[in-house]
Design a protein around this ligand. Structure first.
Ligand SMILES: [Zn+2]
Length: 1038
């Protein structure tokens, strides 16, 4: 494969061609200097849904059930709440097999039975409806269905009797998922729908009935995908009570008012009481003809009328379902048929019961809103009432009922970390499969796409599943990751060529590097370390791998020796029982500088004759200060206490006093578990119980480290790498068998500084917008003063001293719960263990034991940035991405070293200076297996409107020549989900105090016909999505 570099001449040619605006230039051009190995055909892309021009016009809301004017319309919404893994595994829930109590519907599961029998019931009466959300299961059901059944399904969908809601692979958690993973998992579902179910199935309605709180970012994603409405099931009790009393359970949610304005508006409905049918009316638990018994129907209608009093319009949505309900759909439907017909025939003519769907309900509510607006507009200006619905600006987190649902932010940090690592690999794998043009990669990459999508389910990444299911999720991820390991190894081998392949073993990941275990680096005398940076900017990455004590030589691409250091493996890591006993006691570390979208390899050689280990410094002066420092930062520790005491940022010339320690909370009166965190009102107890922390110091040319030992459960290494502006806190926390008199324990890392942030701190929403949090801001129940101030820290948390213009930011390497409980402090919860179940359905304590059955140990990192508010803005964004989407590292053993220069070469896939610094290449993905020229690209702006940075401005780039291996020859912009032409989605124009939701979701400069060089302008926090056709340049694919 030959690297292709663009020359200035081609740019001149490209610009000349724009001037004549030849839309089909890309496919018809002559005399262009590139030779394309494949040529796409012109014409519109067949893969974008049209909402307007469907042959029989059945996609519109016209197919909704008719309602009656002037009466109270009850929309019965039959549904089954499905979990893609929870008490049983993903597979077991589909087939209905597996261990568990079959008398209990939660165990019975059986999604295929539910779908099969429900579809048969729908056929029997043309009024019946049903909604379904999980495309992971629907896709499998479809695959296993006969053509006849498929035809029936399509017919039901066309008639809007079977309605897809959400449209994603799973019903994603909203608290701690990352925005890119949310978008990806919906895109996967949309792709299935597009390919098999057709335009009418392509949903624009969110059905988030079981998530433990709701984030503004997830809702914003729905708005940007063109959704009209979102239905949520769980908001805090105090909020709900207030809303009920004010008829305020429906609102227009401005999900990202500060960045996207009214484009982010989304009508949001809070269900009256979760997603179950009203109490006593789970109809498959009743007998046939239940409503014909005296009083039953009357009581049902009374229940409904009581509910209706809390909503503003003449419509009421009633979820008619349960967890894995519709095992016996005949009973559900026969009874509902009865209720409908008996009501019609009865005396209560002011009630109209109908089968309906969430989107039809929203549509009818919208009609009432329009009528209200019309009435207001006919009044003189001063006499008008405000819009029918209130405006919501913040989010629905945390979720507080009689317990506080903030434990799952941290629960099972091992799975959470595993998901992030798999996400990093997926990103690399997708890109390299495309850049290399290798055949036969699609299905292997797809296995990991599928697994990552499943992990976004609200009982997966949350950690709220049974132990056996946890093991199954981890297995799914590992198996899928191995497929991408093969893909990436194939890519590297292809790039390096036959001569190299003879000299090497197959490149592999070391998935257990977190516990400093890696066969290749520990056993091979010579090996390659290969880094792929899938980010669109250069990164400086500290690499670290276990090695036997010896003298090492590390070479870069120019065969130059680079600085390295061999340091002892931290004691905490060495004591992790999952780490093989014979593992190497030392680690080799060096800095890798990797350009954007490029592969860089390093050669490591060892001289086993010379045993070389760096011993810790001898510390003798009591009370002395210990300082570790690099070009950017200096960290001072008190030798007596062993604790951090201050941090100085040299460039910004600022210094703060700051301490860091580990502490734990014990639950109050109520039992804890996977979902809930129930700290009492007492502050956390220090893990070291007042004892000093034992420390060791190691200094070298690559890294300076302070090793701290707090007690038998907690150790930490604080590191400053060469040239890094971030301090690294590498914690190892485990066992936690502290005090069995409590039902559980929650361990936190606490940073306490002299910064004055008042009560304000900021946490990210699914990794995107930063949300301003105010301590004790909502109606706080005194017992919940600690737990109730916890928020999801999916990727970062910061506090600001506005007067001094200083910002302190912390980044976890997986989602965690976090807060600022006292002025100047920030804390992140790192680990939890409980001996009880919290009684919320999991029916198991959160008590993972690890391989020695003593209590599992987790290890992870926090990164700290202390800088001015101005300098923090872009640095924070980049660090958040570099942490969640860290470059991928592979290790290759060298069998014989003759000439390795092809393997050490740097391979660049991005043309230099094409992507501005404030833009992130979020998605580069293939869409269809049989069309290698069709790709999905998403670009996003990094900064928010209120970020203080010189790069806080719009950026323009050209798609055409971004990448070295191929040119983009045609491009079409879509909505965020990649499935709609933005011009063809007509949204409902919800009215709020902040304005009217625009009818079209497209960006103001949207172009129906894009012409080369396909310029794209990104404003603050915009994500723009394109379906493009590419043509590989000469030499590609290899
Ligand atoms: Zn659920």
């Amino acid at each position: 494969m030959r690297m292709y570099l663009k020359c200035a001449l081609q740019w001149v040619l490209a610009i000349a061609l724009i001037q004549v605006a030849l839309y089909y230039w890309a496919v018809n051009r002559k005399g262009h200097q590139h030779k394309h190995t494949t040529r796409p055909s012109p014409g519109p892309h067949p893969y974008i849904m049209s909402m307007r021009n469907h042959a029989d016009g059945t996609c519109s809301y016209d197919t909704c059930p008719k309602v009656k004017e002037g009466v109270f319309n009850v929309h019965l919404v039959p549904h089954s709440h499905i979990d893609v893994g929870w008490l049983k595994s993903v597979d077991e829930y589909y087939t209905g097999k597996g261990d568990g109590d079959y008398g209990n519907t939660l165990y019975a599961g059986c999604v295929q039975c539910i779908l099969n029998s429900t579809i048969q019931e729908l056929i029997k009466n043309p009024e019946r409806t049903f909604i379904f959300a999980e495309m992971k299961y629907f896709a499998r059901f479809w695959e296993e269905s006969s053509q006849q059944l498929r035809d029936t399904i399509l017919q039901l969908i066309r008639e809007r009797r079977l309605e897809i809601v959400n449209g994603g692979w799973v019903m994603s958690d909203a608290g701690i998922t990352m925005y890119n993973d949310i978008i990806d998992q919906h895109t996967l579902g949309f792709d299935f729908i597009r390919e098999h179910l057709g335009a009418c199935a392509q949903t624009r309605t969110g059905w988030h009935v079981d998530q433990f709180g709701h984030s503004s970012e997830h809702a914003s994603i729905f708005a940007q995908m063109g959704y009209d409405a979102l239905f949520v099931g769980r908001i805090s009790d105090s909020d709900k009570a207030k809303r009920k009393s004010m008829k305020d359970l429906e609102m227009v949610w401005m999900t990202s008012q500060k960045n996207l304005g009214s484009r982010s508006a989304l009508f949001t409905h809070v269900t009256f009481d979760g997603y179950y049918a009203p109490q006593g009316y789970v109809l498959e638990n009743l007998k046939e003809n239940a409503f014909r018994k005296p009083g039953i129907l009357r009581n049902f209608l009374v229940t409904l009328e009581n509910r209706a009093m809390h909503y503003k319009t003449n419509h009421l949505l009633v979820p008619m379902g349960s967890d894995f309900g519709y095992r016996n759909p005949e009973l559900w439907f026969k009874n509902m048929d009865d209720a409908i017909h008996l009501t019609k025939a009865g005396r209560k003519q002011n009630v109209n019961l109908i089968y309906s769907t969430p989107s039809c309900y929203a549509y009818h509510v919208y009609q009432e809103m329009l009528a209200h607006r019309k009435r207001q507009e006919s009044l003189p200006e001063g006499a008008r009432n405000p819009p029918l619905f209130s405006t919501k600006l913040d989010d629905f987190l945390p979720y507080v009922t009689d317990v506080v649902w903030t434990g799952f932010y941290t629960t099972r940090g091992g799975l959470k970390r595993h998901i992030w690592q798999a996400g990093q690999i997926l990103q690399s794998c997708k890109q390299l499969a495309i850049f290399s043009g290798l055949k036969g990669t699609f299905q292997r990459v797809n296995t990991l796409r599928d697994a990552m999508a499943v992990m976004q389910h609200h009982d997966a990444i949350t950690g709220t599943q049974k132990k056996a299911v946890l093991a199954n999720y981890n297995q799914l991820l590992s198996n899928a990751t191995e497929k991408c390991e093969q893909v990436m190894a194939d890519v590297y081998k292809t790039l390096w060529g036959k001569d190299i392949i003879k000299q090497i073993e197959t490149p592999e990941f070391c998935p257990r590097l977190n516990i400093s275990s890696c066969d290749v680096s520990e056993e091979a005398d010579e090996f390659l370390v290969t880094v792929y940076n899938h980010l669109s900017w250069s990164v400086q990455l500290p690499l670290r791998m276990p090695v036997e004590p010896a003298k090492y030589f590390v070479y870069d691409k120019d065969k130059k020796l680079i600085t390295h250091q061999v340091v002892p493996v931290p004691e905490g890591i060495q004591s992790i029982p999952e780490r093989p006993l014979a593992s190497a006691p030392t680690e080799l570390t060096f800095m890798a500088s990797v350009p954007p979208l490029s592969i860089s390899s390093f050669l490591v050689k060892t001289d086993v004759e010379e045993r070389k280990v760096q011993e810790p410094e001898l510390l003798n002066e009591v009370d002395a200060e210990i300082v570790i420092e690099n070009e950017h930062l200096s960290l001072t520790f008190n030798q007596r206490s062993g604790l951090l005491v201050s941090i100085t940022n040299k460039a910004s010339k600022l210094k703060i006093d700051i301490s860091q320690d580990f502490a734990y909370y014990n639950p109050s009166s109520r039992n804890e578990g996977a979902y809930v965190f129930m700290a009492g009102t007492n502050p956390a107890t220090l893990m070291r119980k007042g004892r000093p922390v034992a420390i060791k110091v190691i200094r070298g040319d690559v890294v300076q480290e302070v090793h701290q030992s707090f007690d038998q459960s907690v150790t930490q290494v604080v590191r400053l790498y060469k040239d890094s502006a971030f301090a690294e806190f590498h914690w190892t926390v485990g066992r936690l068998n502290l005090d069995n008199s409590f039902s559980g324990v929650d361990v936190v890392s606490q940073f306490k500084s002299t910064l004055d942030n008042g009560k304000i701190f900021y946490t990210d929403s699914n990794g995107r917008d930063m949300i301003k949090r105010t301590r004790d801001s909502w109606q706080m129940i005194p017992d919940f003063k600690i737990s109730g101030n916890y928020f999801p820290v999916t990727s970062r948390i910061f506090i600001r001293d506005e007067a001094k213009r200083i910002q302190l930011t912390l980044f976890p390497d997986r989602p965690q719960g976090g807060t600022s409980l006292v002025q100047g402090s920030v804390e992140l919860m790192v680990h939890r263990r409980s001996y009880t179940d919290d009684g919320l359905g999991m029916q198991e304590p959160l008590n993972d034991l690890g391989s020695d059955r003593e209590g599992i140990i987790y290890t992870g990192k926090h990164y700290l940035l202390l800088d001015t508010m101005e300098r923090s803005s872009l640095a924070v964004r980049h660090k958040a991405w570099e942490t969640q989407l860290a470059p991928t590292v592979m290790f290759t053993e060298i069998k014989q070293n003759q000439d390795l220069h092809k393997a050490l070469e740097q391979y660049n896939f991005l043309n230099p200076d094409t992507i501005p610094k404030n833009v992130h290449l979020m998605t580069l993905d293939r869409i269809l297996e049989n069309d290698t020229a069709l790709l999905l690209i998403r670009l996003e702006h990094a900064l928010e409107r209120d970020d203080i940075s010189e790069l806080n401005k719009e950026s323009t780039l050209h798609l055409e020549n971004l990448f070295q291996p191929f040119d983009i020859v045609s491009a079409e912009e879509t909505t965020l989900g990649g499935n709609f032409n933005p011009q063809e989605v007509e949204r409902l124009e919800w009215v709020s105090e902040k304005g009217v939701a625009p009818k079209y979701i497209g960006f103001p400069d949207f172009k129906a016909k894009m012409v080369p060089p396909f310029s794209v302008t990104l404003t603050n926090m915009a994500i723009r999505t394109f379906r493009v056709k590419i043509a590989y340049n000469e030499g590609f694919p290899s």
